[in-house]
Design a binder for this molecule. Structure first.
Ligand code: GLP
Length: 241
C-alpha cells in the first residue's frame, strides 16, 4: 500500500486525476472503475481539463461504476448515472455505450446483480479503480457487515449512510433505502486501486482502514490486502495517521 498525502482537496484531486490519466496514456482502452460522492468531483474536473487542454483521449476507454440506488432512473438527478453524465461523461469523448452503471430500475435484485457481474467479466476486470470512503468505512455501497460481499449485491443502506447522503436530496425521506453495489471481488481484482479521502471528518475512518484489523466491519480495511493500492489523502484526512 502507498499513502500519498497532499496539501488540500485541490492537490488531492489533481493527484488522483494524474493517476487515472497515466493509466489511460499507457493503455488507451483501459477499464476505469469509477466512483461517485463529493470526493471524486475535483478529480473529474481535472480529467475534463486534461481532455480539453491536452487532448487526453477517452475514446477507447471503458468505465464501470461501483454502485447505483435501487429505484432511481438515469434521468433522476440523484441517480449515480446522472451524476456521472453531469460530472464527467458529458464533457469528455468517452463513448457512453462503453460506460456502465448498475441499472437502478431493474427491481429483480438477482437479475440486476448477475447482469452487472456479467458486464464486469465481459470487460475482463478493472485496470484502475477509484474509490471514496464512507464515514463508516464503506467502499462502493458495501456497508459494514459480518462478512465481505463477493459479487455485485443489493444492500440495505446503513442509517449513517442515509443520513450522510441526505444532503444530496431535498429530504431524508427521499433517500433510497437500497442500492446495488459491486462486491469486493470486482474491487480487489482491479489491477490498481486509488482511494481518495479529504477532510477531518474522514481522519478516524482512514486511520482504521489503514492501520486497523482487516475486518468486514470496516470494509475499506480489505484494501490492506491489495497488491497495488494507493491512498490519496489531504492533510486533514491524514491527520490521525
Ligand atoms: C457514497 C458512495 C461511495 C462514496 C461515499 C463517500 O455512499 N456510494 O462510493 O465513497 O458516498 O462519499 P463522499 O465522497 O461524498 O464523502
Amino acid at each position: 500500500m502507498r499513502v500519498i498525502v497532499t496539501k488540500n482537496y485541490e492537490e488531492m484531486s489533481k493527484k488522483v486525476a494524474q493517476l487515472i490519466a497515466a493509466q489511460l496514456l499507457l493503455k488507451p482502452n483501459s477499464v476505469l472503475g469509477l466512483a461517485t460522492g463529493s470526493t471524486p468531483i475535483g478529480a473529474y474536473k481535472n480529467l475534463i481539463d486534461m481532455h480539453k487542454a491536452l487532448e487526453l483521449d477517452f475514446s477507447k476507454a471503458y468505465s464501470i461504476n461501483l454502485d447505483e440506488y435501487v429505484g432511481l432512473s438515469e434521468e433522476s438527478d440523484q441517480s449515480y448515472r446522472y451524476f456521472m453524465n453531469e460530472n464527467l461523461f458529458n464533457h469528455i469523448n468517452i463513448n457512453k455505450d462503453n460506460t456502465y452503471v448498475p441499472n437502478g430500475l431493474e427491481l429483480d435484485e438477482k437479475k440486476a446483480c448477475s447482469n452487472y457481474d456479467a458486464i464486469l467479466e465481459k470487460l475482463g476486470g478493472i485496470d484502475i479503480q477509484l474509490l471514496g470512503i464512507g464515514h463508516n468505512g464503506h467502499i462502493g455501497f458495501n456497508e459494514p457487515s459480518d462478512s465481505f460481499s463477493v459479487g455485485t449485491n443489493c444492500v440495505a443502506l446503513a442509517q449513517s449512510t442515509i443520513d450522510a447522503n441526505a444532503r444530496f436530496f431535498s429530504s431524508i425521506d427521499e433517500v433510497p433505502r437500497k442500492a446495488y453495489t459491486m462486491g469486493m471481488a470486482g474491487i480487489m481484482q482491479a489491477k490498481t486501486v486509488v482511494i481518495a479521502a479529504s477532510g477531518q471528518a474522514k481522519a478516524d475512518i482512514v486511520k482504521q482502514a489503514i492501520y486497523g484489523k482487516v475486518s468486514p466491519e470496516v470494509p475499506a480495511s480489505i484494501l490492506q490486502l491489495h497488491a497495488n493500492c494507493i491512498f490519496v489523502l489531504d492533510e486533514a484526512a491524514a491527520s490521525k495517521l
